[in-house]
Ligand binder design. Structure first.
Ligand code: ZN
Length: 73
C-alpha cells in the first residue's frame, strides 16, 4: 500500500496523522507522544469528517481534501 500525500489546508503536502477514537491503550498514548497518531477522544460521536491531522502544522485535514488533492496542479 502506497502512502498517500494530501494537501493540508495550509498548503503542506503531507501524509496525514490518523485520528483514532475510542478508549486509548498505553501504546496509543506512546504513539501520540511520538506523533504517529492523534487521539480523537473516547466518544465516536465526536468524530468529524477528517482524514487526519497535518504533521507539519497540526491542522485538521477534511475528507474533501482527498478529492481535491487528486487534481494535478
Ligand atoms: Zn499543514
Amino acid at each position: 500500500m502506497t502512502a498517500r500525500l494530501i494537501d493540508c489546508p495550509n498548503g503542506h503536502r503531507v501524509k496525514p496523522i490518523p485520528v483514532l477514537y475510542g478508549f486509548p491503550s498505553p501504546e496509543m498514548f506512546d504513539d501520540e507522544r511520538a506523533g504517529r497518531i492523534r487521539l480523537g477522544g473516547c466518544d465516536p460521536t465526536d468524530m468529524d469528517d477528517r482524514v487526519g491531522d497535518c504533521p507539519t502544522c497540526g491542522a485538521a485535514i477534511p475528507l474533501a481534501a482527498l478529492t481535491t488533492s487528486r487534481t494535478p496542479s
